[in-house]
Design a protein. Structure first.
Length: 205
């Protein structure tokens, strides 16, 4: 029996509730609770967080992990979910239901409102690679030189943003010399909208 199985059973018994009652409280079946406690199945991270919140315990404690970690081990931070935005529907808000592909976990200390999946190699100089999930803080203004998610028509792109107020120019610069800057002026500016500031990312190894 795993440490998680033992902790879950002990917490449930200390609370004085049945497996069926626990399942009803956290939105899972009695059979799932039974299999968790017998070590026959392990829940996903979303269910683990619900169980930890229900019993008011730390996730590491629920998993039976040691409270004292080796000096070279950094514990996982508390996590929350934000929407992963896919295709941007014309005229729809960025977080409209039809735009959201999935939910992704981000550390709670990162102030982000949604995530975009990076496509291509235009931002490799900023160590943002194809397939990375980039966390975006929703805002309609950024400082010159910051990396922003920008909507050009119906397409979202990630670039360094520059605005020359005197010349009335917006420049979106890649972090790869193979891609020239994109410059917009005059009526073209009506199709440019800042979605937010890039504040972090997740990369799969």
């Amino acid at each position: 029996m795993s440490n998680f199985s033992e902790r879950l059973r002990t917490l449930r018994q200390e609370k004085g509730i049945s497996q069926q009652a626990l399942g009803q409280q956290v939105g899972i079946s009695k059979s799932s609770v039974n299999m968790y406690e017998r070590g026959e199945r392990e829940p996903g991270i979303a269910t683990l967080k619900v169980l930890a919140d229900y019993f008011s315990v730390d996730l590491n404690y629920l998993l039976g992990q040691s409270e004292t970690l080796p000096e070279n081990v950094i514990p996982m931070p508390a996590m929350r979910t934000i929407p992963l935005v896919g295709t941007i529907a014309c005229g729809k808000p960025i977080l409209a239901v039809e735009n959201v592909e999935d939910q992704v976990f981000v550390p709670e200390h990162i102030h982000a409102d949604f995530a975009l999946r990076c496509r291509g190699d235009s931002m490799v100089g900023a160590e943002i690679y194809d397939g990375d999930l980039v966390y975006i803080r929703q805002q309609d203004q950024v400082y010159n030189g910051q990396i922003a998610a920008v909507l050009i028509g119906e397409e979202a792109t990630l670039k360094r943003f520059y605005f020359d107020e005197h010349a009335g120019l917006v420049t979106l610069s890649a972090e790869n010399p193979a891609y020239p800057p994109k410059i917009f002026q005059g009526e073209e500016l009506e199709n440019i909208h800042i979605l937010g500031l890039a504040v972090g990312l997740t990369r799969k190894l």
